[in-house]
Each structure stands twice: as structure tokens, then as C-alpha cells.
Design a protein around this ligand. Structure first.
Ligand SMILES: [Zn+2]
Length: 413
């Protein structure tokens, strides 16, 4: 089999791996000032999409013109549509080029093939299935087997083996000859979710007790729903503003992909949804506001920060990794952000909690050992900043051939 790495190597963004010049695993884009797409000159016969984050699925609608078969789970399909519409809307507003339009999105809606976890199907001469990856609702890893040559691949996608309130952890792994592994948190440990939750709730409560507001920027898919469930478990009922509400509306249609739909629904019912036209009516007194975007790059959170940035009693709680180049990263580095084109000094209390949806260092290394113990012969490390170091660690520790491919490279296995 030939593996062609078209994006998401030695970087996070535009994940795309092509198998035998015929089948894509993921087809993402890399956001930023200049949106980047996979290195591509291929007309694939099929694509398997692991999950609804832009770096894994953001460029999928651009594939429809060559009419491949495109497979994904039902929640990934619902959420991908939401993200693609948002991408087109932002591109229009900013005058940016995107290699697809609303017509392509309509075609994708007609042509996408939806498959549940653990349901085996065939593509050309390959046998494949999706497995729960525990990262966001509907997120998958891919098992892929070339039946003629008896060679198999396991691609993790983005993966989390720890339990969260919203979804179950990743499924047990099948054995495979080749492992393609994400490595976002190589060399970085996460604190336990329980401990993070306890400190987060204490922090929110402490601010409410002194009459302050709490602004919680959160990613729309997964993080918003998890945090609203967590707050509800402690009888804290927030305002929710932004795309997290639409993501909830879509997710509740997929109860099998959630741990506890009843609690999710109750938590959202107990919250107050903010209509964008009535945002100015949200009382900015002793309120908790869960809103997008998670890295402070636009979205309704900018309105709340604009209103409250001078208030030392207001707390701003970041709930995810802040990528370099984002306002969230700048805030942590300098205490400033750029809001509506102006530099704004933030006088709020700033905190950050690690609600990561990825495996930490420990879990990644256990996974590698598990695969090696079960006969894996090749490991490709992707989706991370330190893939060379991780590949070297694997080789050293296990003796198994391991590689940190670069974008544009091909490997025959
Ligand atoms: Zn992801």
C-alpha cells in the first residue's frame, strides 16, 4: 500500500492522508490569516472523514466535483454542514477564496454516505469501518484493510481515551500492521478531568460570590455542551451565545453518540439562549456566559469582552488550547487582545483550564505500546508540532519502525 501525506504533518491543520492514490483519510483546512489546503493533485475515488473539526473536514465540500464516495458518521455529517456554512459566510465577509461554494455543499448533502461506528463496509478492494475516537460527538478512528495483500491500517484521527461528561472514551483498538497516530499532546500531560472540573467550578463560584461575571469562551462543538452540563450539575445556569446552540440542536438528534442526552437536554433547558439581536439585553451582573469563539478570534465573545474588559471583578476563563497567532494566545502572553481592530487591555481575572479532548502524553505512549505488543510494524506520527521527537521516542522504546512524515511525502508499506 502507498501512503501519501498531503497535509497535517509536522503541523496541526489540513489533515489529509491518501491511500494508494485512491482513498483519502480526512480532507481538512488550516485556518489563519491565509487559509491553507492539502497538497493535492489527485482525484480520489473515496474519502473517509473522521470528525467535524475544520482541520479534518474543512475542505471536504471541494471534493464533490470529482465525485468520490464520501463516508462519515451521521453526527459528523450534521456538524460538517454547520462548519462549512460558517466557513462560506466568513469567507464572504472577509473576501477570502475558498475552493467550494453553496452548490458544492448541496451536492455533498445529496452524495455523502453515512455509516455508524463498528459497521463494516467495502470501498473498492478494501474493507473498512469507523470506531468511536472519544474526541467529539461522532468522532471516529478508521480501520482499513487491503484484503488482497492482507495489510491493515489504523488511523486514530483525533483521539481521547479518557471519559468526559458528553461522550464515551475511544473504543478498544483492533490490531493493525500500520498505525497512523495523532500526537497533539506528545510530551504534555493533562490533569485528571475530575480535578479540572472541581477547580473550574470553584473558580466560577468564587467570582459569582463576589458579584462578578464569568465569561467562558468555548469551542462550539463538544466543549460548549460539556461545560453547560458541568455547570448544570452544580446548579449554575449560564447564558449561551453563539454556534454552540446550533451544535446542540444538531447533536440531540444523535442520542447514540452521546453519554447522557437527558442530562444534556436538561442542562440546555435550564440555560438561557441569547438571540444575537437581543445580546444587549443580557444582564452583565453576576452572570455566567458560555460563548464562542473558544480562542477569541471573533464571535459573540468579543461583544462581552468589549463591555466587561475594564471590570476587575469579571473573570475570563479559557477552556481550551490557545493556538499561536490567536487572540487567546496573545491574551495569555501579553494581557491584551485585538477587538474590532483595536488593541484592548484586559483587566479581568484571566484563567485557563485544560478540558482537552485529546490523549495526553501518557495515553499516547500506552497506545503505541499496545499496538506494538499486538504486532504493529510501522508507525507514522502526524498532527503535532513535535512529531520527529515522538517518532524517535517510539523507535527507541519499542524498536518498531516509526516515521514523522512531511507534507508531500509518500511511503510504501
Ligand atoms: Zn479535532
Amino acid at each position: 500500500m502507498m501512503l501519501s501525506f498531503k497535509g497535517g504533518c509536522k503541523e496541526i491543520g489540513r489533515s489529509a492522508i491518501l491511500i494508494d492514490r485512491q482513498v483519502y483519510f480526512d480532507y481538512g483546512l488550516k485556518t489563519g490569516d491565509n487559509i491553507q489546503f492539502p497538497y493535492d493533485d489527485i482525484k480520489p475515488r473515496a474519502a473517509l472523514i473522521t470528525h467535524a473539526h475544520l482541520d479534518h473536514c474543512g475542505a471536504v465540500p471541494s471534493l464533490v466535483s470529482v465525485q468520490p464516495e464520501i463516508f462519515m458518521t451521521p453526527p459528523t455529517f450534521s456538524l460538517l454542514n454547520l462548519l462549512a456554512e460558517d466557513t462560506l459566510k466568513i469567507a464572504e465577509q472577509m473576501g477570502r477564496y475558498i475552493p467550494f461554494d453553496y452548490r458544492d455543499l448541496d451536492m455533498l448533502r445529496n452524495d455523502a454516505i453515512l455509516v455508524d461506528y463498528d459497521t463494516e463496509f467495502n470501498i473498492l478492494d478494501y474493507k473498512t469501518f469507523f470506531l468511536n475516537a472519544g474526541h467529539i460527538p461522532g468522532s471516529s478512528s478508521i480501520y482499513f484493510e487491503d484484503e488482497k495483500n492482507s495489510k491493515s491500517i489504523f488511523y486514530t484521527g483525533d483521539i481521547n481515551t479518557a471519559n468526559t461528561r458528553l461522550i464515551n472514551p475511544a473504543s478498544d483498538f483492533p490490531s493493525a500492521d500500520t498505525l497512523i497516530l495523532e500526537s497533539t499532546y506528545f510530551d504534555e500531560e493533562h490533569p485528571s478531568r475530575k480535578e479540572t472540573e472541581r477547580k473550574f467550578i470553584e473558580s466560577v463560584q468564587e467570582t459569582l460570590d463576589i458579584g462578578g461575571n464569568v465569561i467562558i469562551p468555548a469551542f462550539a462543538i463538544g466543549r460548549t455542551q460539556e461545560l453547560v452540563m458541568l455547570l448544570d450539575a452544580y446548579n449554575i445556569h449560564p447564558f449561551i451565545d453563539g454556534m454552540g446552540i446550533r451544535a446542540f440542536d444538531l447533536l440531540k438528534e444523535h442520542p447514540n453518540y452521546l453519554r447522557n442526552l437527558t442530562h444534556l437536554k436538561r442542562a440546555f433547558r435550564n440555560s438561557t439562549f441569547v438571540d444575537s439581536k437581543k445580546r444587549h439585553k443580557v444582564p452583565l451582573e453576576n452572570s455566567v456566559i458560555v460563548t464562542t469563539s473558544g480562542m477569541l478570534n471573533g464571535g459573540p465573545v468579543m461583544y462581552y469582552i468589549d463591555k466587561l474588559h475594564k471590570d476587575p471583578k469579571t473573570k475570563l476563563i479559557l477552556t481550551g488550547h490557545q493556538v499561536a497567532g490567536t487572540n487567546g494566545h496573545m491574551l495569555l502572553e501579553s494581557g491584551n487582545i485585538i477587538n474590532k481592530g483595536k488593541m484592548q487591555k484586559i483587566n479581568n481575572v484571566i484563567e485557563q483550564f485544560d478540558f482537552s479532548a485529546h490523549c495526553g502524553d501518557n495515553e499516547l505512549k500506552s497506545m503505541v505500546k499496545h499496538f506494538c505488543d499486538n504486532g504493529t510494524e510501522n508507525i507514522f506520527v502526524v498532527h503535532g508540532e513535535n512529531t520527529d521527537e515522538f517518532a524517535a521516542w517510539i523507535k527507541n522504546e519499542t524498536g518498531v519502525s516509526s516515521f514523522a512524515p512531511a507534507n508531500g511525502e509518500n511511503y510504501v508499506i
